[in-house]
Design a protein around this ligand. Structure first.
Ligand SMILES: [Zn+2]
Length: 219
């Protein structure tokens, strides 16, 4: 049971609630996906191979930066390196949500970024949502591919795999992972219609980001 810092119990409950809600949306099929939050010593992450519906705080795992288990009886998610490497590379990441949400995952199989067809793309921190190079799940190569793809952004697609979203907290990472799926669904609808997207220009995206700042939202 990870209980080494003030608020650990609340953090654990929030982590479980987030994972269960995303699973309920169908974004974590076949026990895929994983969620973590940064801690003082490393990060607290969902365990490997357990159905989300049954998760309890004692099944969460706290890992050090090298993936070593600091607290918990279970093995961490097989994708722990992805979390460890992104936390190491991105001091702004306080939480990480990884999903296999269906529309974004479908687009990831085309291995191309989602372009600025809609202004909400700016929510991911730039003018597109990049797609990583392909690497086998659970490997250091995938973790590094994700670090490269998410550079300068808060979300990316993982080629032939899924989505990574980071945030200043769990709620922000969760909201962004949901928005990436929403944008992917809209983009696929547009492509399927046969209409050609009219992409926003760099200047138009600058104005979007300024407007988001005016609304007090991260962009
Ligand atoms: Zn995955």
């Amino acid at each position: 049971m990870p209980r080494p810092w003030p608020g650990a119990a609340m953090t654990a409950e929030a982590l479980i609630a987030t994972a269960q809600a995303l699973d309920g949306l169908g974004y974590m099929p076949s026990k895929s996906g994983n969620v973590s939050i940064r801690t003082e010593r490393g990060f607290l992450i969902t365990p490997s191979g357990l159905p989300y519906a049954q998760l309890t705080p004692k099944e969460l795992v706290e890992c050090g930066p090298d993936g070593g288990v600091l607290a918990g009886q279970r093995r961490p998610s097989s994708e722990w390196r992805l979390h460890a490497d992104i936390y190491a590379a991105r001091p702004d990441a306080q939480a990480l949500v990884h999903t296999h949400s269906p529309h974004a995952t479908a687009l990831s199989c085309a291995r191309r970024p989602i372009p600025p067809f809609h202004y909400m793309i700016a929510m991911a921190g730039g003018d597109d949502i990049p797609c990583s190079d392909y690497a086998t799940f659970g490997t250091p190569e995938l973790a590094q591919a994700a670090v490269r793809a998410i550079e300068g952004r808060r979300a990316c697609l993982l080629a032939n795999h899924g989505v990574v979203a980071i945030g200043s907290g769990l709620a922000a990472a969760d909201a962004l992972a949901r928005e990436v799926e929403n944008l992917a669904r809209e983009y696929l609808l547009l492509l399927a219609s046969g209409l050609s997207p009219v992409l926003l220009t760099p200047d138009e995206m600058v104005a979007v980001k300024a407007q988001f700042r005016g609304y007090g939202r991260p962009a």
